[in-house]
Design a protein around this ligand. Structure first.
Ligand SMILES: *Cc1c(COP(=O)(O)O)cnc(C)c1O
Length: 376
């Protein structure tokens, strides 16, 4: 019987853990000609490869691996460059999970960490040791939206012979492509803007060189960090609207930031799109005029005030994640940044009054009206 000529426009979901071979010659060809076919989905699958290639293309990379989460992406990136006895530098303004991975787990494996305050990111001499391998930082930091000058940071890293690894989750490649500014590796929590609909947990790491990309794939396969077909497929679907969504998130967030900046119940707004933001000029250039949908606001340092805001808002449910098409809010002190030490939190100003908003793509008048009634 002839095979029907099926030509799906969209890559189907290859919901299979393994692939068939005709005989020993066929499996030998798989090993002799990498990329000629698939063996086992943990090693590679058409859906996870499609996602990895799409993210690599967005970031201008030489190759990527799709991972089971953003945390797996950070782990894979760090292991590409580090082994027991090595030392890493990490920006003090960092996702709480990254700090937990470094403080609680990688330290156990003999990889030590020093945190670099924001002001010192372009002068690392006092922090670099002979064993230092890399600096990990975020393009726009979580939760205070401090913007790192990646070109300057990359130049400083390379001056000391270390790599720059950038978590580009908040900025997305729509705003900033770290590899083009000199970074060596870029990673994402695909869970956030890249997938964009709060329905997938996924990650991706993109390498600047083919050699690093091959190491990444090996680490993904051997540590079992790779992403499933279904999650990959959902992420690819989300990625197709990334450019449109990020523009809409940014436009809404700009209006909301301007509204909140003059609201009497709000003590401070941290949003790079505001001219009062300390790195506004850098953010304009590095983000090509877009600033994402993420901001943090400082309410009174009183849990009762924060609770009232959360209870009253209908459009910003307290859901400790970010970057979905529907708005939400989160609370760094109680959720994402719990793992930081008291000293780290005090230094960064992560107090009970700090609320992080993830502005969605809903009609902005509805969001403004909701915030107005919730803050009154
Ligand atoms: C959420 C997040 C992560 C972790 O990603 P998961 O997909 O939750 O594992 C890493 N970095 C940043 C900046 C994040 O916001």
């Amino acid at each position: 019987m002839n095979q029907p000529n099926i030509q799906p426009k969209i890559t189907p979901i290859y919901q299979t853990s393994v692939f068939k071979f005709e005989d020993l010659d066929a499996v030998q060809r798989y090993f002799d000609e990498p990329g000629s076919r698939y063996l086992y989905s943990r090693n590679g699958n058409p859906n996870s490869d499609e996602l990895a290639e799409a993210v690599s293309h967005w970031e201008g990379g030489a190759g990527a691996v799709a991972t089971g989460s953003g945390m797996a992406a950070i782990f894979a990136a760090l292991l590409t460059y580090c082994q027991a006895g090595d030392h890493v530098l990490c920006a003090a303004d960092i996702y709480g999970g990254s700090a937990a991975l470094l403080n609680l787990e990688l330290s156990r494996l003999g990889i030590s960490v020093s945190y670099v305050p924001f002001e010192d990111l372009y002068d690392l001499a006092a922090y670099v040791r002979p064993t230092t391998k890399l600096l990990l930082c975020e393009t726009m930091s979580n939760p205070l939206l401090r913007v790192v000058d990646l070109r300057a940071a990359a130049a400083e890293c390379h001056r000391h012979g270390i790599k720059l690894v950038v978590d580009n989750t908040f900025a997305t490649p729509v705003l900033t492509r770290p590899l083009a500014l000199g970074a060596d590796m870029v990673l994402h929590s695909v869970t956030k803007y890249l997938a964009g609909h709060s329905d997938v947990t996924a990650g991706a790491v993109v390498a600047g060189t083919a050699e690093d990309a091959a190491r990444l794939r090996q680490i993904g396969t051997v540590f079992g960090l790779t992403l499933s077909p279904m999650e990959s497929w959902l992420s690819v679907r989300g990625l197709k609207t990334l450019r449109l969504r990020v523009a809409a998130h940014s436009h809404n967030a700009q209006q909301i930031a301007e509204f909140l900046e003059v609201h009497p119940a709000v003590e401070a707004v941290y949003y790079p799109g505001l001219p009062t933001h300390p790195q506004h000029a850098l953010a304009v250039v590095q983000g090509h005029g877009l600033f994402s949908g993420m901001m943090s606001i400082r309410l009174a340092d009183d849990a009762a005030v924060v609770n009232r805001f959360m209870q009253r808002s209908q459009r910003f449910p307290f859901a400790p994640s970010l970057a979905g098409v529907d708005s939400s809010c989160s609370h760094p002190l109680y959720t994402s940044h719990r793992a930081l030490t008291d000293a780290q939190r005090a230094e960064l100003g992560i107090t009970v009054g700090l609320v992080r908003l993830s502005v969605g793509i809903e009609p902005v008048e509805e969001l403004l009206a909701d915030l107005a009634q919730a803050l009154d």
